[in-house]
Design a protein. Structure first.
Length: 155
């Protein structure tokens, strides 16, 4: 049995110093873990690995296999295997890349698109936590998450 870490109370009222990056790491890790655990559970209910679910969700638009591998932070051969298994299930298709027939582009099928939306919709732990925030908290959170994502991926 694992015990869930207890999130720290808000310790930065107006009269205290702003939290340091180190102060933010554990609460952020807890949120990331919750998202990952929720995605893993939902993916398993649909016969997918977490990586397959992540790939399926990432394929909003056709994506070169090399870009998909980079997105999943895995080797190109791993991405090929993931897509191959999902292709067998009719969730994705691969086609030659326009302008470079040696490369392949993966895209979702209509069934894959439906499943990607279903997976997101069934992530009840994440949805429940976000719904528990007040509208003002969600309004404040969105630009911060967008900014953090931009900073993390501005390479």
């Amino acid at each position: 049995m694992t015990t869930e870490p207890t999130p720290r109370a808000d310790t930065a009222p107006d009269d205290r110093a702003a939290p340091t990056p180190e102060d933010l790491l554990e609460p952020l890790a807890l949120v990331v873990r919750g998202h990952h655990d929720d995605l893993t559970a939902v993916a398993a209910r649909h016969g997918l690995s977490t990586s397959q679910a992540r790939a399926l969700i990432a394929l909003n638009e056709p994506m070169p296999m090399s870009a998909l591998a980079a997105h999943l932070v895995c080797d190109a051969s791993n991405a090929t295997g993931l897509i191959g298994r999902m292709e067998t299930r009719g969730l994705v298709v691969r086609a030659p890349a326009p302008g470079d027939r040696r490369s392949k582009v993966a895209s979702r099928t209509p069934e894959g698109t439906r499943l990607a939306h279903t997976i997101r919709a069934e992530m009840r732990a994440v949805h429940g936590a976000l719904e528990a925030l007040t509208p003002q908290e969600r309004t404040a959170l969105l630009p911060l998450l967008n900014r953090l994502g931009q900073l993390l991926y501005a390479r």
